[in-house]
Write a protein that binds this ligand. Sequence first.
Ligand code: GLN
Length: 287
Amino acid sequence: MEINRLLQKGIDLIKDRPYTNPSLEATLLLSRLLKVDKIYIYTHGKEKVSEPVVEKFLELIEKRAKGYPIQYIINEKEFMGLDFYVEEGVLIPRSDTEILVDYVLGYIDNKYKNKSINLLDLGFGSGAIALSVAYYRSSVTVYGVDMYDAPIRVAEINKERFKLTNVHLFKGDLFQGIKDVKEKFHIIASNPPYIPSDDIDKLQDEIKYYEPREALDGGSDGLNFYRRIIPESKKYLTDEGLLIFEIGYDQGQSVKNMLLVEGFVNVNILKDLQGLDRVVLGVFKKE
Ligand code: GLN
């Protein structure tokens, strides 16, 4: 079958789904299978595609038509300009999380320019936060903790992919995971699960059927992890250390209050590109 016809067939199979960009996704899938770039697909429409590739392409398109995330099919998601390897079992990095990383990079430059400092990422998943900070700021030693096997495996793959030597990944339940690390942290960052349990069923198919529930479910009000991390973090932060979280759009005030109650200063909420609360941060001040 010719590239043009196969591509059109693929587009038709996914064009009625919400949350797809049919032509972009079909082109992406076909270009991956043919190991060519997307331009090639557009400029070689008359070229014939072998039968096995046709079958594989249609199989993947069918999968996508059922809502299976494109990023898990192509095993890739771009975050902070880096191509992260992703697979089922880790949350697909969201561009919203770049707000947090951007802030952290700026904060490092302002306060700790070229100084050796430590950052801890709690629940690193694919490694989006931990590895992008480590990649862009080599003066930072990054520690990461995650409870599950898939994130550990995937983040190690990404660490290798980006050739990072300033990253240490541990398995464990939040601070348990770094019990053997003696360092304190100048920055603790986390994008914990924060969706209220009962809201998970209301999420789009792409998320609720295929992304790991343990990366989404933040307990009955979605705030369980903030409740655990905030008081505990004070034992691990340096004086004037920064604690920074991604949050759900309606959790800003609650998390801000938790930080204030625990004595954090300079508590602030950052908005995402849609103007919604997305990040909360505070600075730990030793009494
Ligand atoms: N931002 C994710 C979503 O919209 C949730 C991520 C999380 O719970 N940390 O599904």
